[in-house]
Design a protein around this ligand. Structure first.
Ligand code: KIV
Length: 289
């Protein structure tokens, strides 16, 4: 069965589409992509939104966390994704220190995602402390997705990659932050690694759609890091990930088989080989005698 909607009924997903899906009680889907081929596949599968997440620092570039990722890294990967996707809403993740220094810098860097890299919207992490930046970016005409809960760019402040909002006071703080972000103009909010009851409460109290990762079923949509979903990232798999494939194992199997075939001279086989016509070969040999 094809997962792709017929071209005639398939429409460009916009921030309005996401709002309408929430209003109709339809779940929103988002996956990360960092390259052309993956973006094509995510788009063809009918996923609503593609996040070019700064998680690329870990799963593509091999860093321990997302902090070393730069604007140049992000724009490079965003451009590749934009070339591969046709319908999905494209969200570029603002990297660490690209929006924290000043509101002016935040607006300038947010603009680069749309102007230079084909994104439709940007995402940034943080609550009330980012409200001024969100307001200014939205005022410049750039849609902003918020991100609360486990915000990986604050890993050192949070003391690790652990769930957030488990105590009543922290949960109240997160709910207030969510309201502030909505009032500042965010069109959607990622809730990462927060208790399911809290995520559901936030989702009910906000008009903007929430997209959960490790935040239970009560969110308006779900996002996963594609490398986790595909079982490609073998270093660590968070508890909230469902692996829909085990591609790392499959890739290892293929590489090991290639290694064995070449060692055993079983590759290339006749079907992978080009030969000269016998007459041409004999002519060459005669010439060389
Ligand atoms: O960078 C990323 O991939 C993210 C998702 C985990 C939401 O922020």
């Amino acid at each position: 069965m094809s997962t792709q909607e017929p071209a005639a009924t398939r429409r460009q997903v916009t921030i309005r589409t996401l709002r309408q899906k929430k209003e109709k009680g339809q779940s929103i889907t988002m996956l990360t992509a960092y390259d052309y081929l993956t973006a094509r596949a995510v788009d063809q599968a009918g996923i609503d939104a593609i996040l070019v997440g700064d998680s690329l620092g870990m799963v593509m570039l091999g860093y321990e966390n997302t902090l070393p990722v730069t604007m140049d890294d992000m724009l490079h990967h965003c451009r590749a994704v934009a070339r591969g996707a046709q319908y999905a809403l494209l969200v570029g993740d603002m990297p660490f220190m690209s929006y924290q220094v000043s509101v002016e810098q935040a607006v300038g860097n947010a603009g680069r995602f749309l102007q230079e890299a084909g994104m439709d919207a940007i995402k940034l992490e943080g609550g009330r402390e980012r409200a001024d930046a969100v307001r200014a970016i939205v005022a410049a005409g750039i849609p902003v997705m918020g991100h609360l809960g486990l915000t990986p760019q604050s890993v050192h402040q949070l003391g690790g990659f652990s769930p957030q909002g488990r105590q009543a006071a922290a949960a109240r703080h997160l709910l207030e932050d969510a309201r502030i972000l909505e009032q500042a103009g965010c069109f959607s909010l990622v809730l990462e690694s927060v208790p399911a009851q809290l995520a559901e409460l936030v989702s009910r109290r906000l008009a903007m759609p929430t997209i959960g990762i490790g935040a239970g079923l009560g969110c308006d949509g779900q996002v996963l890091v594609t490398h986790d979903l595909l079982g490609l990232y073998d270093r660590f798999t968070p508890k909230f990930v469902k692996q829909y494939a085990r591609l790392h194992d499959e890739i290892l199997r293929a590489f090991a088989a290639f290694q064995e075939d070449v060692a055993a001279r079983a590759f290339p086989a006749p079907e992978h080989t080009v030969l000269m016509a016998d007459a041409e070969w004999q002519a060459l040999l005669q010439e060389l005698e």
